[in-house]
Ligand binder design. Structure first.
Ligand code: UDP
Length: 425
């Protein structure tokens, strides 16, 4: 906690006590009925789960005994007693706490929470950092506002997200095969493909299939693929298509499957820069307005010392310049080519030139350079945590985005509904 730690902790405790008391008063009749049901069905009132609290003090999390609904509501007793806060790092068992890295110890300086920041990010599929990192950021910035925000967002995400479903390794939306994976695995895949040793094995763009192409798809892309045969064929032949955005999470739910993670290009890019800097893999940035890619290169070099950006080129060139640009890309020694022309132009361009391009990994990244140059600010984390980044983009560029989101999102959901109905039949 940054300033006045004890007074911040005191304010949060007062808030928790007030909220828990109000909820307990409102739920008193239900609690009584649930206690009677527990006693009647099992001869016990509570199940007790031994966990570690603040300063590693042991406590038991309570749940009403028996199978009836509302088991978890007994946790209000824990909040009233001070074992738990409403918002805080996830409470751990002694065995889980044993295997924690040293830097995770900070999480025990506050009460564990009924709602945890990491669990929230998992619900919306954006838990790309480790739980230790997410908890540390929460504890360091702990405030009443932060706690209230986390509770509200967790409740909202719970309503929108529903229960977790098994995540199959592949997803299919409208005939586009999507790899259902995590951010870390996606990064490992890129690094393995881009490193010189494995490039010998990769066939690059020699065959008909585009085995160097990595694409990200959000509902807008899938709407385009629905009617655009050439774009859909490129995605079907790509080495990998990754799921981008909350729309795919909702789509998965409608198809009765789980999304492993929201592996979007914008969250992947800084992590990719970090890995590329470490492994010495050079990037080439192609696309966006003049000056934007240069700015991205400068920003990312500053943030990730050692990062090699072997070349940049804006995306407003004509066909006559194409050969020279491809020559520059190949001559730069870049292992990873990022192309930001927007969908589907970037994927079609990469497919068209697949045989001439040499970087072993080539990816279409849409408006990514605009974010990392600082030209367009990205949605704040709290909006992303409840799956509303698209509302931010709509507010920023309503003239361009209204069709994509206000018509595109419902259209996507309708098409997924049709697909789900067909799969069932
Ligand atoms: N762009 C480009 N050349 C063009 C048209 C667009 O380089 O001929 C760039 C544009 O400047 C922007 C990106 O392509 O940086 C497309 O951004 P958008 O937000 O539309 O991408 P998406 O929504 O597909 O991620």
């Amino acid at each position: 906690m940054r300033d006045q730690p004890s007074s911040v902790a005191g304010t949060i405790r007062l808030f928790d006590l007030t909220l828990a008391s109000l909820l307990a008063a409102a739920l008193a009749p239900f609690w009584l009925a649930r206690l009677l049901a527990a006693g009647w069905q099992t001869g016990r009132l509570f199940e007790r789960e031994p966990l570690l609290g603040r300063d590693r003090q042991p406590f038991c999390r309570l749940a009403f005994a028996g199978p009836a609904a509302g088991r978890g509501l007994a946790v209000l007793f824990n909040v009233l007693r001070g074992d738990l806060a409403f918002a805080g790092p996830r409470p751990l068992t002694a065995a889980q706490a044993e295997s924690l890295p040293l830097e995770a110890e900070r999480r025990f300086s506050v009460r564990p929470g009924v709602f945890s920041p990491y669990q929230l990010q998992r619900q919306t599929g954006i838990a790309h950092d480790s739980e230790t990192q997410v908890d540390r950021a929460f504890v360091e910035r702990m405030s009443l506002r932060g706690s209230v925000g986390l509770i509200a967002r967790s409740l909202l995400a719970g309503l929108l997200g529903g229960s977790e479903r098994p995540a199959p390794p592949r997803l299919d939306f409208f005939g586009v095969p999507i790899v259902n994976t995590t951010m870390d695995e996606a990064l490992d895949w890129i690094v393995a493909r881009a490193s010189p040793a494995s490039a010998e094995r990769a066939t690059g763009g020699q065959g008909e299939a585009n085995s160097s192409l990595l694409a990200f798809v959000n509902p807008d892309c899938l709407n385009i693929a629905y009617t655009h045969d050439a774009y859909r064929a490129v995605l079907q032949g790509a080495a990998r298509v990754l799921p981008d955005g909350i729309g795919l999470k909702i789509g998965c739910r409608m198809l009765g499957v789980g999304l492993a993670a929201n592996v979007n290009g914008t969250d992947l890019f800084p992590r990719l820069c970090e890995r590329a800097a470490r492994e010495g893999l050079a990037l080439f940035l192609l696309g966006a307005r003049p000056g934007v890619a240069e700015q991205v290169a400068e920003n990312m070099r500053r943030r990730h010392p050692g990062l090699i950006v072997a070349g940049v080129q804006h995306g407003y060139f004509d066909a006559a310049e194409e050969a020279a640009i491809i020559g520059r890309i190949n001559g730069s020694g870049a292992r990873i080519l990022l192309v930001a022309f927007g969908v589907p132009r970037q994927e079609l361009w990469l497919a068209q030139h697949r045989k001439r391009l040499q970087p072993p990994v080539r990816m279409g990244v849409g408006g990514l350079f605009d974010f990392y140059s600082g030209r367009i600010p990205r949605a704040p984390l709290w909006l992303r945590e409840i799956g509303l980044e698209w509302v931010w983009r709509l507010a920023q560029e309503p003239g361009r985005m209204w069709r994509r989101y206000l018509i595109g999102n419902p259209l996507f959901l309708y098409r997924v509904w049709l697909q789900a109905r067909k799969e069932k039949a």
